[in-house]
Design a protein around this ligand. Structure first.
Ligand code: PXG
Length: 444
């Protein structure tokens, strides 16, 4: 590793990272091209998670670089309040055109966390305008990840992200059980056959709290951050039915599943279930300039437009300095064009069975306890070292870098979501190397 100024390195507090061990031996990604990163000491790493699920077109795409440069010269910033820029308008139109039918309105944010908090606020506002302001409860799900804002954290279901902040939780939030039950579904390919009935747990929460107090249910169609937990057959359909029956809004958090990773623009289309709102981020700009947002159905939007305030007053007191940022919007439009020109959604459909076959070949390793996959996303659960959960995973992460892979470890679960531009050979090589590493770092 290059020697970095110690004070400068000490100054940097990394997110979601063991800063103490990082600073002893920092991994520095110095440049990237296509599906590979290059470290400052010259290692070439296959980008197994497309950045953090956000760079599906690979790095350094010349058309994106050109769009950034042109936009910086043309319009580098424009206010989003009471004015718009042409690229934000174009991008809203493009997103609405590929979103599920009836979901034609787009509110821009800068990150997934902001998208989630925005969607929760829209849900509260929607009910209040309709005279049902007593609907204040949000229902999330165990093992859900909805970002790190106070709203997203409250509906999220990861204890490590929640336990320090009990006083910061939204009031009245409850959680559905997660759907991962290895004794019923281990090594499922695609959607597990078992578990659709778990959606009925929502009926129990409705019976407990009464529907009249519940504003919205928020779930990731596939739970990404906690290890690619794929929805059982019938599960999302049943959640939709229950929400509709009780006037509860259904929000799909598609920050990972949106923009092609499921072989469709959105998971909603892959699973053929239409929510009331979709949150997005990451892939919308190929991760190059931060952007997120909420796609809203027409009924919700029209409800806001019917609010009893004078026509010259804003309908929704919410937004960000950088909502619809022209740089991000220009990159978003270029990302869309590349997806179409390079036919990348079809590419995901072609690569899905290749990734599935390769990942499920890891079953030969006796310490692999589960493998899951859907679209261009997969995960492998590994037996932990006794009494030290996460140690095997962090050792595997480091060993993978030595062997040319940048993988994502969540505890002792390896997650992969390769770029859409990956070749069959690259996917097969990735898994072959992963197998070697898993064997070299045993659980006992
Ligand atoms: N919702 C979902 C479903 C996400 O996956 C967020 C919200 C928050 O987005 P921001 O842009 O605020 O980070 C996310 C983010 C991983 C990983 O390794 C996943 C995320 C972020 C970092 C790592 O799975 N997802």
């Amino acid at each position: 590793m290059t020697q970095y100024d110690k004070k400068a390195l000490d100054a940097y507090w990394l997110p979601f990272t063991s800063n103490r061990s990082f600073k002893k031996s920092p991994t520095i990604l110095a440049s990237a091209k296509g599906a590979y990163y290059y470290t400052d000491d010259g290692k070439k790493l296959f980008d197994c998670l497309s950045g953090l699920w956000c760079c599906p077109l690979g790095h350094g795409h010349p058309k994106i670089a050109e769009a950034v440069s042109n936009q910086a010269k043309k319009l580098d910033y424009s206010t989003a309040f009471s004015a718009a820029n042409p690229d934000a308008i174009e991008l809203a139109g493009r997103i609405a055109a590929v979103a599920p039918i009836g979901m034609d309105k787009v509110f821009f944010t800068n990150s997934g966390s902001e998208a989630v908090d925005t969607a929760l606020k829209i849900a509260l506002g929607y009910h209040r305008i309709r005279g049902e302001g007593q609907r204040f409860r949000m229902i999330g799900r165990e093992r859900g990840y909805h970002g790190v804002g106070f709203g997203g954290m409250s509906v999220g279901g990861m204890v490590a992200n929640r336990k320090m902040f009990p006083t910061g939780m939204l009031p009245g939030v409850d959680h559905l059980p997660h759907t991962h039950n290895p004794s019923e579904m281990a090594f499922s390919k695609g959607q597990p056959k078992w578990g659709g009935h778990l959606a009925n747990e929502l009926e129990k929460l409705v019976a407990l709290h009464d529907a009249s107090t519940i504003a919205a249910v928020i779930v990731e169609p596939v739970q990404g951050s906690t290890g690619v937990l794929v929805p059982p057959i019938g599960y999302l359909e049943r959640l939709r039915e229950i929400c509709t029956a009780h006037g509860i809004l259904l929000i799909f958090d598609e920050i990972i599943t949106g923009f092609g990773r499921m072989g469709h623009y959105f998971g909603a289309q892959r699973f053929n279930v239409t929510p009331d709102m979709i949150t997005f981020a990451k892939g919308v700009t190929n991760g190059v300039i931060p952007m997120g947002g909420v796609i809203v159905n027409n009924n919700i939007y029209e409800t806001f437009m019917g609010v009893q305030t004078p026509e010259y007053a804003p309908e929704f007191f919410h937004g960000y300095t950088y909502s619809g940022h022209p740089m991000a919007s220009a990159v978003g439009n270029t990302t869309f064009k590349i997806m179409e020109e390079e036919d990348l959604i079809s590419q995901v459909q072609k690569l899905e069975p290749i990734l599935e076959k390769a990942m499920h070949s890891l079953k030969v390793e006796s310490s692999v306890t589960d493998i899951r996959n859907i679209g261009l996303a997969a995960a492998v659960d590994l037996k932990s070292i006794a009494g030290k959960p996460g140690l095997r995973g962090s050792t595997i992460f480091k060993r993978a870098i030595e062997k040319g892979l940048l993988i994502r470890l969540v505890g002792d679960t390896v997650a992969v979501g390769p770029p859409f531009i990956s070749t069959q050979q690259e996917i097969e090589d990735m898994v072959a190397i992963l197998l070697q590493i898993i064997e070299e770092v045993p659980a006992a």
